[in-house]
Write a protein that binds this ligand. Structure first.
Ligand code: FAD
Length: 401
């Protein structure tokens, strides 16, 4: 009898944990597992803002995929998925390779939502992937170098569009990281302007008032100029235009106004709802029994009206259930219903402050920052055990940027 072929697309949070769980659950020789990812490293998306400002060493948050998987149990292919032929159970890669599957998991994550705002796609930077974050870092250092030649203040103005969690994390990182970058480039930090633009009345508007107050005060201490209740109308290479004819001359705009599913899923011939792949309570694509989907590219309705948010927390809880349900399908066993348990949310504002809610408890300040580090360390522990934590710790201390 031929072994079933399980194919996982994407080695972000959802994909890598699905493959690692399959390594544990499958008996020797029970199935062939293949993991495909664009790059040969798994990046810690929740820390990409640090890469963008150069406050973390690259290898701290980009971990070799072959080092994370058991190559005797999982075959890794570095490749970019271009389309899926659901009818013939084939996945096509850029460059022409084709891979067959019996069971498919799509875990291809998110892309940035620009809402069609003119110039935002072309002129604003996205915190999307390791590469896109690295591009922010290179752009910032380029602006610092060019400032020395033309003294154009727009080169020292850094705008973060969107005051949600990712936005405030980026602002905190800029506020802490730019002084060091400026001193490396012999530029007085006093000339730097960091601006936050948010269309709602406040940053993190979905949070309790005390958390909003704490975040606003922390950003104020960092000298971040906060512009609220203003929509962005256009981004150009030199400026950002806001409602009521407000213009901010700035050559660095970092876009953090929301995300949508990776648009590559539009080429898969799968059903789509709100641009995402709708999945049932077993994490199978609706009306299919051999295609599963997890994480940001999937739409899981928690009730009739609302769906689960695109977070690492959701992807990480879905992945083990997805693996278990694939194995149960192969073995003809009953499938497990996925139940989401929200454990809380914490956002860092630089290294020494954070804001969040865990259960009913509001977190802020140094304790919040400590909790954020605990959450990140816990993920590394689940991914690679104590050895990975030690390895990453070694890198933090030996590889300063
Ligand atoms: P991803 O982790 O995005 O993985 C997708 C994978 O697919 C990537 O490895 C990518 O390279 C690969 N891929 C994409 N296209 C292709 C292709 N065509 N072919 C092959 N491979 C491909 N969530 C939280 O819960 N808590 C937080 O504190 C938090 N902080 C965040 C901070 C930042 C700065 C950002 C950007 C996000 C944050 N999130 C947070 C959200 C979280 O990172 C995402 O929800 C999570 O990464 C989704 O996991 P995923 O597995 O669906 O996709």
């Amino acid at each position: 009898m031929t072994k079933p072929k399980i194919l996982i697309l994407g080695a972000g949070y959802g994909g890598i944990i699905t493959s690692k769980r399959l390594e544990k659950l499958l008996k020797d020789g029970e199935a062939d597992v293949t993991l495909i990812n664009k790059h040969d490293y798994h990046y810690i998306t929740t820390q990409l803002h640090k890469i963008g400002v150069g406050t973390a060493a690259d290898r701290q948050f980009a971990i070799s995929i072959p080092d994370l998987i058991d190559s005797t149990k999982t075959r890794f292919i570095k490749g970019a998925v271009s389309s899926v032929d659901i009818h013939n159970q084939l996945v096509h890669l850029e460059g022409g390779d084709t891979i067959e599957y019996d069971y498919l998991v799509t875990a291809l994550g998110f892309e940035v939502e620009t809402f069609g705002i003119p110039g935002s796609k072309e002129n604003a930077f996205a915190i999307r992937s390791f590469r896109s974050s690295k591009a922010i870092y290179h752009h910032i250092t380029k602006q610092l170098n060019l400032y020395k030649e033309d003294q154009d203040p727009s080169r020292l103005t850094f705008v973060v569009a969107g005051g949600g969690f990712t936005g405030i994390e980026m602002l905190g990182e800029l506020a802490e990281g730019l002084p060091k970058l400026c001193s490396q480039h012999n530029i007085p930090f006093e000339k730097v302007k960091i601006v936050a633009v948010e269309a709602a009345e406040s940053v993190i508007p979905f949070f309790p008032k005390q958390s909003i107050k704490y975040t606003t005060e922390t950003l104020d201490k960092f000298d971040v100029e906060l512009i609220t209740s203003k929509k962005i109308l256009e981004c150009t290479p030199e400026k950002i235009l806001l409602e009521t004819n407000l213009e901010i001359p700035a050559r660095t705009i970092i876009w953090s106004c929301g995300v949508k599913a990776n648009s590559i899923v539009e080429k898969f011939g799968l059903p789509l709802e709100k641009g995402k792949i709708p999945i049932d309570s077993y994490l199978r694509v609706k009306n299919m029994t051999n295609v599963f989907s997890v994480g940001d590219c999937s739409l899981f309705m928690k009730d009739e009206k609302s769906s689960l948010p695109p977070t690492a927390q959701v992807a990480l809880q879905q992945a083990p259930v997805c693996a278990q349900n694939i194995v149960s399908t192969i073995r003809g066993n009953e499938l497990k219903v996925f139940e989401y348990h929200h454990k809380g949310t914490v956002a860092s504002i630089g290294n020494f402050a954070a804001v969040g809610l865990v259960s009913r408890f509001r977190l802020s300040g140094l304790f919040g920052a400590f909790m954020k580090q605990v959450i990140e360390a816990r993920y590394l522990f689940n991914l690679g055990g104590p050895a990975l934590i030690l390895k990453q710790h070694f890198r933090i201390n030996r590889e300063p940027v």
